[in-house]
Design a binder for this molecule. Structure first.
Ligand code: FMN
Length: 144
């Protein structure tokens, strides 16, 4: 269904650069979408949060696919997991990481790290419930 939406979009806005985000994991799929003219570019959300240098690796022809994500089919876990990774990346200045863009980012393919995230999410979910009861704004992300 999503592919059908992409196919039908360009003719409606032929003069606008058209990007789509959602489910792009392999370089051949990204290249096909752009080479076919259906899209002018692709957006990457969870993939880029798991590997901050993923777009650079694609452009440099160093990689063909995103790493496997255990949360791929569950946005209710995948989005907060990616938000936790983005928060982790923001804790360290790039020059302090010897320019390793992925420094300090959780690798959820590791079972222990995945369990730590799921525990931290439970804590966070409980906090959210409290905030809701108090009628307060909900800010922030799962902290790991
Ligand atoms: C951390 C995070 C925050 C997001 N925030 C928004 C948002 O505010 N509004 C929105 O429409 N989509 C949001 N999304 C959805 C993404 O834009 C994207 O459509 C979705 O993750 C599917 O793309 P992907 O398969 O590359 O992850 C968010 C996704 C992530 C991972």
């Amino acid at each position: 269904m999503y592919a059908h939406v992409i196919k039908s979009a360009k003719p409606k806005v032929p003069k606008l650069p058209l990007f789509a985000t959602g489910g792009f994991r392999t370089v051949p799929a990204m290249e096909k979408a752009v080479a076919s003219g259906e899209l002018d570019g692709v957006g990457l959300a969870r993939t880029a949060a798991s590997e901050f240098d993923f777009p650079n690796k694609v452009i440099a022809h160093q990689i063909q696919s995103a790493m496997w994500s255990p949360f791929e089919d569950d946005m209710s876990l995948g989005v907060p997991a990616a938000a936790a990774q983005i928060a982790q990346a923001g804790r360290t200045r790039l020059e302090e990481t010897e320019f390793d863009a992925n420094y300090g980012i959780a690798n959820f393919t590791n079972e222990e790290i995945r369990a730590a995230f799921l525990n931290a999410k439970k804590v966070r979910d409980a906090e959210i419930e409290e905030l809701k009861k108090e009628g307060k704004l909900i800010g922030g992300v799962v902290q790991m």
